[in-house]
Design a protein around this ligand. Structure first.
Ligand code: EPZ
Length: 420
C-alpha cells in the first residue's frame, strides 16, 4: 500500500502554529557529537525521518542515544567506531557527508557511504575535499564508500571556497575544531545553521569565531566537553507555512521562530501583497489583497533561500502578473514544475530560470513529490486548487516537516493521509 497525502483545496489557513527545530542544523550538530567522548544533550530536535536516520547511524556506530523527551536527546559517542558505519543508511541523506569532518576530527581517518538526499542534478563534494586536503587529509581509493586518512594528523590550514557551500563550511568547522593549529575558511557560507554548529561546538569548548560571516577562524583545541544545546528554529518550515497562508489568503501566526532568519522570505511575501508583523519570536501574516507578481532570485544566505523557491511557485501561479524565478544555487531544481503544470500552472523553464504567467486556476489531480521542498510546493498548490489533490512519494516530505498533517489541519486545511 502506497501512502499518499490528500488535500482538498479552498480553505484559508487561520490560527497559530509552533515551528520546530531546524533539520539542517540538527544533522551537523548530531554528527558533531562524534568529536566528543562526553555526553551532550540536544533539545528542539524536529521529529522528521532525516533526524531518526541520523540517530540510527550514530547508534549503529556505537553511540549511546537516550531520549529525554520527544524533541530532546542525549548522545554519548565515546565508543563510536567508523568501521561499524551502516553504509546503506548514509545514502538516505545528504547530511551524512558530515560524518567525514567529524570522524576525521576524532580519529584522523574517516569512512562514509555516498551521501544521498534530494536529486537536483550534480551534487559534488570537491569543496569538502579541498578543505580536508588543506588540513592534511587525503582520499584513500575505495569502491562504494568514501575513505579519508590524515597520515601526519590533522593540522590547521587556510582555504578559500569557490562557492559558499553550506556542507563544505560545516565540514571544515567539524574537521578544524580539534585539528592542531588554526584553520581559516574564506568565502564561507553564512547560513544560520553554520552559526548554530559553531555555537554548539563553542559551548563544548571549541574556539570558532566569525561564523555567520564570510571568514571563519577555528583555533583547534585538544579536547571538547559535553554541553546542552537548543537547535535554532527551522526557517524553511516557517517559510513554508507563511507561503501556504499567503497562497490561501489566510491569517496565521508562527510561534518559536527567529524573524531575522526569515527576512528574505517575508520581504518577498510583502512584495506580493501580504502584511507581515514580527515580534521577538513570532511572525504574523495576513493576506487580504490580491497576490501581486514578483521576481525571485535564489542566493546563499542572507539571499532568498533555494529551499523556499518551490513553495513560492504556487503563489506566482495565482498572482496577477506572475514573475521570473532564477535558481542560482542548484543546477536542476525545477523538476517539480512538470507536476505543477498538471494542476494548471502556466510556466516555462530552461532549467535555470522559470517564467510564471500568473492568473492561473489550479485544479486538483494526482501529483508526485519529486523531492522534499517540491512536495511542500505541491501541497500548497493543493490548498489553493479546485477539488482534491493527491500527492505520492510523501517519504520525501516526511524527511523535513514534523507533524505536517497535524499542523496544517490545526490551521484549517483539509488534509489527510490515505493509501493507494
Ligand atoms: C544544504 O545542502 C542543504 N542540505 C540543502 O537543503 C540546501 O538546498 C543547500 O544547503 C543550499 O542552501 C542540508 O543542509 C542537509 P551546498 P548542501 O554545499 O550543503 C555546489 C533541503 O531542502 N557545491 O551549499 O549540499 C552544489 O552543487 C536541502 O533541506 C559544489 O560545487 O549545499 C550547489 O550548486 C536540499 N561542490 C551549491 O554548491 C561542493 O563540494 C550549494 O551546495 C559542494 C557544493
Amino acid at each position: 500500500m502506497i501512502p499518499l497525502i490528500s488535500v482538498r483545496g479552498g480553505n484559508r489557513l487561520r490560527g497559530e502554529v509552533f515551528i520546530g527545530g531546524m533539520k539542517n542544523a540538527a544533522l551537523p550538530i548530531l554528527f558533531a557529537t562524534i568529536l566528543l567522548r562526553q555526553t551532550v544533550a540536544i533539545e528542539n530536535l524536529p521529529a522528521v525521518t532525516d533526524v531518526t536516520t541520523t540517530l540510527r547511524i550514530l547508534s549503529d556506530m556505537g553511540a549511546r542515544v537516550t531520549w529525554e523527551s520527544p524533541t530532546a536527546v542525549q548522545v554519548n559517542a565515546a565508543d563510536v567506531d567508523p568501521n561499524a558505519l551502516p553504509l546503506n543508511l548514509t545514502t538516505r541523506l545528504r547530511g551524512s557527508s558530515y560524518l567525514l569532518g567529524a570522524e576525521l576530527g576524532r580519529f584522523g581517518y574517516a569512512v562514509s557511504g555516498l551521501p544521498g538526499g534530494c536529486d537536483f542534478g550534480n551534487r559534488p563534494l570537491d569543496q569538502h575535499f579541498m578543505i580536508f586536503s588543506a588540513l592534511g587529509a587525503e582520499v584513500v581509493p575505495s569502491v562504494g564508500n568514501i575513505r579519508l586518512t590524515a597520515p601526519g594528523g590533522l593540522h590547521g590550514g587556510a582555504v578559500r571556497l569557490s562557492f559558499p557551500s553550506v556542507g563544505a563550511t560545516l565540514n571544515g568547522i567539524l574537521a578544524g575544531a580539534t585539528a592542531d593549529g588554526t584553520t581559516m575558511i574564506e568565502n564561507a557560507a553564512r547560513e544560520p545553521h553554520i552559526v548554530d554548529l559553531a555555537n554548539f561546538l563553542n559551548a563544548c569548548g571549541a574556539e570558532i569565531s566569525g561564523a555567520g560571516t564570510s571568514q571563519i577562524r577555528i583555533n583547534g583545541v585538544k579536547n571538547l566537553h559535553g554541553c546542552r544545546h537548543r537547535i535554532i528554529p527551522d526557517m524553511i518550515e516557517a517559510g513554508t507555512y507563511l507561503a501556504a497562508a499567503a497562497a490561501t489568503g489566510g491569517h496565521i501566526r508562527l510561534r518559536a521562530v527567529n524573524p531575522d532568519h526569515l527576512e528574505a522570505v517575508t520581504d518577498r511575501l510583502a512584495a506580493m501583497g501580504a502584511s507581515i508583523a514580527a515580534s521577538e519570536d513570532t511572525v504574523t501574516l495576513t493576506r487580504m489583497l490580491p497576490l501581486r507578481g514578483t521576481d525571485i532570485e535564489t542566493l546563499p544566505y542572507p539571499g532568498f533561500p533555494t529551499d523556499m523557491q518551490p513553495q513560492f511557485a504556487p503563489l506566482l501561479c495565482l498572482s496577477e502578473g506572475g514573475g521570473l524565478v532564477y535558481e542560482r544555487v542548484w543546477e536542476n531544481r525545477f523538476r517539480y514544475l512538470e507536476e505543477l503544470r498538471r494542476m494548471g500552472a502556466n510556466v516555462i523553464s530552461d532549467g535555470l530560470c522559470a517564467r510564471f504567467r500568473g492568473g492561473d486556476r489550479l485544479t486538483g489531480t494526482r501529483v508526485c513529490a519529486t523531492d522534499l521542498r517540491a512536495g511542500a510546493a505541491l501541497l500548497i498548490a493543493g490548498l489553493c486548487a479546485e477539488g482534491e489533490t493527491t500527492i505520492s512519494e510523501i517519504r520525501h516530505i516526511e524527511r523535513g516537516y514534523p507533524d505536517l498533517i497535524g499542523k496544517f489541519r490545526s490551521l484549517g486545511a483539509e488534509l489527510r493521509l490515505v493509501t493507494d
